[in-house]
Each structure stands twice: as structure tokens, then as C-alpha cells.
Design a binder for this molecule. Structure first.
Ligand code: NAP
Length: 240
């Protein structure tokens, strides 16, 4: 029987699915949430449980988290990973598009955090890892809403760490650089990928494993004194 329990949002594919696989490997009982129905099979394939839910709907998110905690028998770790990407010139971003990006990328993390904290407190503490982005520190043209939503994640993380630390709940966020998942795949080509690789002193982009390893670290005893941080995983592309 697994000694620790984890809920991961956006676990149907990409970075979230790799985090689920890594945590199962580390001995966690893992439950993945995703609006994509494929999450049920994808999670099963890596030894986790999957529930389909649109987390942008606060009531659906709260219900899914309650069901997840019930199925796991508690929650030690929440990974707020679900997100969407849009590339639109600043002057063409509509109010609806802005609101959608902010709702999915930032507000969902508030909703799920509010839903897990009572159970974490009942269990004596916990760990929350929010997925921000290098874009939250240094965006690119076309990313005004995406970059602003990830900057909001960084700010949410810091205040969450302040408010929840006394309950022994650590909150950090990760700021990956480019990871070649399905996200934004339609906006890139080999030349652009080569330009991105050249930005890193290591000369390569991040793998999903590079990101997942930071989650297992933060959830482990080795990461016990890290909270309120926005941790770069970008091969040195930016250093602040
Ligand atoms: P991905 O392959 O697009 O996976 C994201 C998953 O989140 C998808 O399965 C998506 O479902 C799900 N999701 C989106 N909105 C949701 C909602 N309202 N409710 C429930 N699930 C929802 O992206 P990824 O590259 O793995 O990215 C994961 C996280 O890392 C995101 O927060 C992203 O911003 C961040 N990140 C990515 C990169 C990168 O280069 N890939 C870099 C920095 C940060 P659908 O299939 O239905 O959309």
C-alpha cells in the first residue's frame, strides 16, 4: 500500500502524465484529473487513477477534488499542472480570450488549493506544486495573456506559502522553459526549436522528465525546507 497520496491536474498527457508516472514510481498513490476523457486510460497505463473534469468550472473542480480525496483516503501532494497556451498579438487579444487563459491557468489553482487544504491540515500538512513557466518571468511576443497568467501563478504561490506554512503546507512553483509536448506544437518549426536550444548554455530543451524530477524532489524529505519559490527549469536560459 502506498504511504503517500498525490492529485495531479492536467495529467492526461504531456508533463502532467510524466509527473504521474514518476510519482507512482516513487511509491505514491496517484490520481490524475484532466478535462480530456483520455485521462482515465492514460492514468491507468502508468499505474494511477484518472477522473475527467473541467477544472475551469469551480464547482466541477471542487467536486472532482472531493472525489479524489475520497478515493485516495487523503491527500499529501497537489500538483496544479493543468494549463492552456494561446499565441495572439497583444492588440488582438479579446476580453474572452484573456479571461479564458487567466481562468484556466491561474484561477483553477486557487480553486483546487482551497479544496485540498482542509484535508492536508487534517493530515498534518502537505505539499503543493504549481506549474508556472519561464514565461511568467520573461514572456515572448504573442504571450501577453499566457505570460500574465503564469506571473499570477508565481504570485499566488508566494502568498499561498505565507498563509499555509503555519499549517505545515509547503507551496512552490516550477518555471520550465520550452518542453516539446502537444502544447503550442502548431506554433513551432525546426528553425524555431534550434533557436530555443541555442538560448540554453546546455544546448538542449527540457524533457518532461526534467520537470517531473523537481516534483518528486519537492515532495520528498530532501525538499522539506523549500517553500515560496519559483524554480527555474530552463537550462540556464534565464537566471533570475
Ligand atoms: P499539454 O500537453 O497541453 O497538457 C495540458 C493538459 O491540461 C491537457 O491534457 C489539457 O487538456 C489539460 N487541461 C487544460 N485545461 C484544462 C481544464 N480546464 N481542466 C482540466 N484539464 C485541463 O501541456 P504541457 O506542455 O504538458 O503543460 C503542462 C503545464 O506546464 C501547463 O500548465 C503549461 O502551461 C506548463 N508549461 C509548459 C511548457 C511547455 O513548453 N510545454 C513550458 C512551461 C510551462 P486538453 O487536452 O483538453 O486541453
Amino acid at each position: 500500500m502506498a504511504s503517500q497520496t498525490a492529485i495531479i491536474t492536467g495529467a492526461g498527457r504531456g508533463i502532467g502524465l510524466k509527473i504521474a508516472e514518476a510519482l507512482v514510481g516513487a511509491g505514491y498513490a496517484v490520481l490524475g484529473l484532466d478535462r480530456n476523457n483520455d485521462v482515465v486510460q492514460a492514468a491507468k497505463d502508468v499505474g494511477a487513477i484518472g477522473i475527467a473534469a473541467d477544472l475551469a468550472d469551480p464547482a466541477a473542480a471542487a467536486g472532482a477534488i472531493a472525489s479524489a480525496i475520497d478515493q485516495l483516503g487523503g491527500v499529501h501532494l497537489l500538483v496544479n499542472n493543468a494549463g492552456i497556451f494561446r499565441s495572439t498579438p497583444l492588440l488582438e487579444i479579446s476580453a474572452d480570450e484573456w479571461d479564458t487563459v487567466m481562468a484556466v491557468n491561474a484561477r483553477t489553482m486557487l480553486t483546487t488549493t482551497q479544496a485540498v487544504v482542509p484535508a492536508m491540515k487534517a493530515g498534518g500538512g502537505g505539499v503543493i506544486v504549481n506549474m508556472a513557466s519561464m514565461g511568467g518571468k520573461e514572456g515572448e511576443p504573442g504571450q501577453a495573456h499566457y505570460a500574465a497568467s503564469k506571473a499570477a501563478v508565481i504570485a499566488l504561490t508566494r502568498v499561498s506559502a505565507m498563509e499555509l506554512g503555519p499549517a505545515n503546507i509547503k507551496v512552490n512553483c516550477l518555471c520550465p522553459g520550452y518542453v516539446l509536448t502537444d502544447m503550442g506544437a502548431e506554433t513551432r518549426d525546426p528553425d524555431l526549436i534550434a533557436q530555443w536550444e541555442a538560448r540554453s548554455p546546455l544546448g538542449r530543451l527540457a524533457s518532461t522528465n526534467d520537470v517531473a524530477g523537481h516534483v518528486t524532489f519537492l515532495a520528498s524529505e530532501a525538499g522539506a525546507y523549500v517553500t515560496g519559490q519559483a524554480i527555474n527549469i530552463n537550462g540556464g536560459m534565464i537566471m533570475y
